[in-house]
Design a protein around this ligand. Structure first.
Ligand code: IMP
Length: 436
């Protein structure tokens, strides 16, 4: 038995989609455990580009079981749009199972996300406006609806009651129109029958797979710094992308996880608001943005770009119990004459080596950089470590030395094949913590 958790080590968009797709080859099951369609993974397979928002990346393999875990919030409209697109391309989707405990994301959550963001004014979070925060807020407030409830008699009345409750908030608090309860129910009806065959207690599937020594890949969405507890609160998402979330959001115990791998770009990006100590401006940012196609998969927003922050990466390694690192988009740095690694911060006359909880302090942090020579060579064709230029190998080595975590894989382009494996540890249950 081997459970491998893939987590984003930054603010999301680290290239986890490609990595999970690559590692799914060796997995029997691929599980998503948090978030919703705020995530956007792009996977290039066989020259075709696929966009995934809710469905685990394993769907592109004909033999993988894919699970949408209880920790996710599911917008049925988006789910079936995505499923229909796969079906139209000949992808077989009967291997998808959806937890009957996952929460539903309904139209009023989307509108709430909009009006709440607008009312925050200057302090807006920059959410994806996909209704994620309001759907999780309802879950925690015990006002949410679970997917499984749609198969039980009387769901219509419950939905209608929820709509009426939300209407009071829309109309009285925000002064915007609410929804027709009957219309929301009518719009949901076509999805109820379509959802039914996918719904089950997915924790049972996972327990069965663990008993049969199968390999399970837990696919984290967003990233550590967007985690509700460990991220740069309040500029975070409303779920638990960190490794602990894999258990909680899928219904397995911690012993099911044999290794946690963190995915980090060779640089750093962020969408949405919040402090970003290594952020670049002007042409340097633009160069990385254009070469790295740093525009949101879900919203199309240009991403903020900066140097790799090892204070953050060390923190992410700690809170996730990371055993190894996967560095993506190395090729984006190919043309740069000089590359920087942030090794510490400076603030209030002190050197800070641990990522602070206080955003006020983080805003004051000036990065301390180590400068490395660029390699100025095309790495996109490298397939083995020895194909990489010495300066690129040195860059990877410094990341491992300064974080204490080994780099086990490097990605040099969007295609499945543009991957270099440095240590093939992915599904070996004995190796829980690797040596840098
Ligand atoms: P929400 O998840 O839509 O509520 O957005 C909260 C914060 O998380 C915002 O800063 C978003 O830009 C960010 N975010 C959410 N999903 C992703 C993602 O998949 N990649 C990168 N950032 C994300």
């Amino acid at each position: 038995m081997s459970g491998l958790v893939i987590v984003g080590a930054q603010w999301g968009d680290e290239g986890k989609g490609k990595v999970t797709d690559y590692l799914a080859r060796q997995a029997h099951l691929v599980v998503r455990y948090q978030g919703g369609n705020n995530a956007g993974h792009t996977v290039v397979a066989g020259g075709r580009e696929f966009r995934l928002h809710l469905i685990p990346s394993g769907i592109l393999y004909p033999d993988k079981i894919c699970v949408i875990g209880n920790g996710m919030v599911v917008d049925p409209e988006v789910l079936f749009e995505e499923l229909d697109a796969f079906i139209a391309q000949g992808v077989e989707t009967a291997r998808l199972y959806i937890s009957d405990r996952a929460h539903l994301l309904l139209p009023y959550h989307l509108r709430l996300d909009e009006v709440e963001e607008e009312s925050r004014g200057e302090e807006r979070i920059g959410t994806t406006r996909r209704g994620i925060g309001p759907a999780y807020a309802d879950k925690v407030a015990r006002s949410g609806l679970r997917t499984g409830e749609l198969t039980e008699p009387g769901w219509e009345a419950r939905v209608a009651r929820m709509v009426r409750e939300k209407n009071r908030i829309f109309e009285r608090l925000y002064g915007v129109p609410g929804f027709q309860p009957e219309q929301v129910v009518e719009d949901l009806k076509p999805y109820v029958e379509r959802l039914r065959p996918y719904l089950t207690d997915t924790s049972l599937i996972l327990a069965g797979a663990l008993a049969q020594e199968k390999n399970i890949l837990f696919e984290g969405a967003q990233g550590t710094m967007l985690d509700l507890d460990h991220g740069t609160y309040p500029f975070v998402t409303s779920s638990t992308p960190t490794a602990g979330g894999a258990c909680h959001g899928s219904g397995v115990g911690p012993a099911a996880v044999s290794l946690v791998l963190g995915v980090s770009k060779a640089y750093l990006t962020r969408v949405g608001a919040g402090p970003f100590p290594t952020e670049l401006e002007g042409s340097q940012c633009e160069e990385i943005r254009q070469k790295g196609r740093e525009f949101g998969t879900t919203t199309g927003r240009p991403r903020r770009c900066g140097w790799l922050d090892l204070v953050m990466l060390r923190y992410a390694a700690r809170v996730n119990g990371m055993g190894g690192l996967i560095i993506t988009k190395l090729d984006v740095l190919d043309s740069l004459p000089e590359i920087r690694l942030c090794t510490a911060y400076r603030a209030k006359g002190k050197v800070i080596t641990e990522f602070p909880a206080s955003l006020r302090l983080l805003r004051e942090c000036e990065p301390v950089y180590e400068e490395l020579e660029g390699w100025r060579e095309d790495t996109s064709r490298a397939r083995r470590e020895r194909d990489l230029p010495p300066a690129a190998r040195r860059f990877l080595q410094r990341i491992a030395e300064l974080t204490g975590i080994p780099v086990v894989m490097v990605s040099v382009g969007p295609d499945r094949e543009q991957s270099i494996v440095l240590q093939d540890v992915f599904f070996s249950p004995q190796k829980k913590v690797l040596q840098a």
